[in-house]
Design a protein around this ligand. Structure first.
Ligand code: SF4
Ligand code: SF4
Length: 218
């Protein structure tokens, strides 16, 4: 599973950097490399693009796993260059940005938008897998997530618009509930479809800053 990221467009990145002329760039060797949004190639392209737009790129690095707490140790090795920067341009996911931003002391500007948790399938394409809804239904949906794959996020489906197994919202995509039906049928579990899923409690999707499993048990 990976954080799936999409590069912001160049104009909005330059706009975010408007106040800063000296910039240090950080990429990530894990998810952002897989998504081609912050690996060595993309970081080097960004170095060139910023230079062409008059920025002073004081340095760059691609941290193996930027969201890991050890990234602070790697950053220490680059500290002399970061000290010359007015801002860091972060070509990682939001988690990586938060990890670096917590100890950086200067602005950490995101070059990417984090879309979801997902996987690469097939190579070069990304599929969402979980939107962290806080009430997992996969036991009733044959491990196919309707929150992510159905545009209406229906917990009780299908919606009635299914057309030959395709989704009425996007006819190029399989209807999530057809996929669920087919897999439940193959598992001999079609009776599960008769279980009513109550409306989701979206308050459970709100992630507290400090989350305690112990508190939840009380
Ligand atoms: S039902 Fe919710 S928690 Fe389970 S995979 Fe889907 S989005 Fe994630
Ligand atoms: S056709 Fe299927 S995937 Fe599309 S909105 Fe309806 S239930 Fe969801």
């Amino acid at each position: 599973m990976r954080s799936i990221t999409r590069s912001k467009d160049q104009d909005s990145i330059l706009e975010s950097l408007e106040k800063y002329s000296a910039v240090f760039i950080i990429g990530c060797g894990t998810c952002a490399t897989m998504c081609r949004t912050g690996g060595v190639t993309e970081v080097l392209n960004m170095v060139q693009a910023l230079k062409q737009n008059g920025k002073n790129v004081v340095g760059w690095t691609v941290i193996p796993t930027t969201c890991d707490i050890l990234s602070h140790e790697i950053i220490k090795q680059e500290q002399d260059k970061i000290d010359k920067a007015e801002a860091v341009l972060e070509m990682t996911c939001g988690f990586g940005n938060q990890q670096i931003g917590a100890g950086c002391g200067i602005a950490v500007i995101p070059a990417n938008d984090t879309i979801s948790i997902g996987r690469e399938f097939p190579e070069g394409n990304y599929t969402s897998a979980c939107m962290q809804c806080g009430e997992c239904l996969l036991g009733s949906t044959a491990s196919i997530c309707p929150m992510v794959l159905c545009p209406k996020s229906l917990g009780n489906g299908p919606c009635g618009g299914t057309d030959n197994g395709k989704c009425e919202v996007d006819k190029n995509k399989d209807c999530a509930w057809t996929l669920i039906y087919n897999r439940l049928e193959a598992q001999g579990r079609l009776d599960v479809l008769r279980e009513y899923q109550p409306p989701k409690n979206y308050q459970k999707a709100l992630e507290p800053v400090l989350y305690s499993l112990e508190e939840e048990k009380e």
